[in-house]
Design a binder for this molecule. Structure first.
Ligand code: FES
Length: 561
């Protein structure tokens, strides 16, 4: 197998000339023949002026390069897409598959013997894992790490659970516009990813449990010196991975994916973790079964006391020993023989990891935050392909609830009517949002935790059952049913619900049901007309996306990947 500069030569019809030209141009950067004879370690550069979550990427790359060179390799950083949650229109999920494709193709196109994947913000870690699974070149992940927490008037704050909480208080008139503006400078006080157990933290923990990150890397804060030392160690290890030819296909196996799903349940992680890891697994040839995931959730308790399900932040989980403390508690549920990029099994990594005995962030199995895992999978005539609820962050009294459906036909319809004082709605109603799925929005935005109607929020109503085919930020909370599959835009049953219908949610029974007869449902289906095509769908990436994106139960990857 070809290595180093000889890999993937540009097609000129003469391989020796292709290699010669490659040397000519790379030498323009001052490299010596000695440097060019070393194993080449690619490093993805996902820094961007738009992406504060990746604000420390330049320093991480410097540290990774140092590690690569200490181990005798040649580091080569190269740019890829950088996706930030709040700077991606229509939604970051629309771009995840583009980043996965771009990362895959740039790893294939350029000569490298291993690659260090530097990422952090929600969609970037899954995009890179999807790429790594498809390319199957030795690879490991370095996340940017969580932000530190902020403070406002003595209260500890963190993005973005507290962003949502404060915004709800502002909507309810409990705080004024000056206060909400001042908090905008305190909620995300450093570089790094959201420091609650949102999607970024969830994906970091799942990636460590999957074995694609060196032990301990999920929780080190972005601004800690240890984060740089971890990056250096990852650079060193990447050179070894290249020599050992230890590929993702040897690590991303069915047992490893199970370990990541056990972890997702135990950390009270983001529902997005399920979609993303489903996409990664399918790239690796492993199917994630929603019913099996639900069964894991019935067995595995929530152990981590982090917002939005608990009280703490990622820096506290790190102080408590990081993910290793969680994995040690979970040993009975884990496939301990699964391989990892450290070269050791997960079980050995756990034994070698830091032990912190005096801590209050990670509970023991005898004293969990919740007896069952964080996420349940629902089925029923309203979600034949499944739907999920993060019941760890939901209202206990709404876990079994029937009510009148109030239907919003789309996100624009929601925006227009949700605060209308004339909206006929009471706290016991069930709010339904449709056309917010993978094709419907498009891009399946994190709109599932849509607001309580203004007139109820003003009366102090904090939570209602909300059902949609959208996703939800991992930092959000509430009794929110998501990922209803198939989505309404393609004719899923959510498209057939009418305002005034009776809907039943029963989390214990894993049921999501529209209380009408099969005959009535069939008649409505006969009458259903597909929605108008999206603007821009006639060309470009939008066309590719709408033609090819799959449903949530298949990870929303493209059908040709
Ligand atoms: Fe990037 Fe939250 S917005 S991790």
């Amino acid at each position: 197998m070809k290595k180093g500069l000889r890999k993937g030569l540009t097609s000129y019809g003469d391989d020796d000339f292709s290699l010669f030209l490659r040397r000519v141009f790379i030498k323009a950067m001052g490299y010596s023949d000695d440097a060019l004879s070393r194993p080449i370690i690619g490093i993805t550069n996902t820094a961007s002026d738009y992406n504060a979550c990746h604000g420390n990427v330049p320093q991480l790359i410097e540290a990774i390069k140092r590690g690569v060179m200490l181990a005798g390799g040649l580091p080569m950083a190269f740019p890829t897409l950088s996706i930030h949650e709040s700077f991606a229109h229509p939604t970051s999920m629309f771009l995840r598959n583009l980043m996965a494709m771009e990362t895959e193709e740039m790893i294939r196109a350029q000569p490298m013997d291993a690659v260090v994947l530097v990422s952090g913000c929600d969609k970037t870690v899954p995009a890179q894992l999807m790429a790594a699974a498809s390319v199957d070149l030795p690879a490991l992940v370095v996340v940017t790490g969580p932000m530190m927490t902020g403070h406002y008037q003595g209260e500890r704050l963190g993005a973005c659970t507290d962003c949502r909480r404060l915004w709800s208080r502002y909507r309810a008139g409990e705080i004024d516009s000056d206060t909400i503006n001042e908090t905008s400078a305190r909620l995300a006080p450093t570089a790094g990813t959201c420091m609650v157990m949102g999607t970024a933290s969830t994906m970091a923990c799942m990636t460590e449990a999957l074995g694609m990150m060196l032990p301990g890397g999920a929780t080190i804060p972005a601004v800690h010196a240890d984060r740089l030392r971890f990056a250096e160690a990852s650079g060193k290890r990447a050179v070894e991975l290249a020599a050992e030819d230890l590929r993702p296909s040897a690590i991303m196996t069915a047992p490893a994916f199970r370990n990541s799903l056990v972890t997702l349940q135990a950390i009270g992680g983001s529902t997005n973790g399920l979609i993303h890891m489903t996409a990664v697994a399918r790239r690796a040839g492993v199917e994630i079964d929603l019913r099996e995931f639900d069964t894991i959730g019935r067995d595995v308790p929530v152990l981590v006391d982090l917002k939005p399900s608990g009280d703490h932040y990622m820096e506290h989980l790190h102080e408590a020993g990081g993910l290793n403390t969680v994995l040690r508690e979970l040993k009975d549920h884990l496939e301990l023989d699964a391989s990892t990029v450290s070269g050791e099994s997960l079980g050995v990594n756990i034994e070698l990891g830091e032990r912190v005995t005096e801590q209050t962030v990670v509970r023991g199995k005898a004293d969990p935050i919740r007896d069952a895992g964080g996420i349940a999978v629902l089925f029923g005539n309203l979600a034949p392909g499944g739907a999920v609820i993060k019941h760890a962050a939901a209202s206990v009294e709404l876990m079994r609830h029937s009510g009148r459906a109030i239907v919003f036909d789309s996100l624009p319809d929601l925006a227009k009517r949700i605060d209308d004082p004339e909206l006929d709605v009471v706290p016991e109603d069930i709010l339904v949002l449709r056309n917010a799925g993978p094709k419907g929005a498009p891009g399946m935005p994190e709109a599932g935790s849509f607001p309580i109607p203004g007139k109820l929020a003003e009366r102090g109503v904090k939570d209602m059952v909300r059902i949609s085919d959208a996703r939800m930020s991992g930092t959000a909370f509430g009794t929110i049913v998501l990922h209803v599959t198939p989505e309404s835009y393609v004719g899923g049953p959510l498209a057939l619900v009418r305002t005034g219908d009776h809907v039943t949610l029963d989390v214990e029974q894993r049921l999501l049901q529209l209380d009408i007869s099969d005959a009535d449902l069939a008649e409505r289906r006969r009458q259903w007309q597909s929605p108008a095509e999206h603007a821009g769908s006639e060309r470009g990436y939008m066309k590719l996306f709408l033609q090819s994106v799959e449903q949530a139960d298949r990870g929303c990857d493209f059908d040709f990947m």
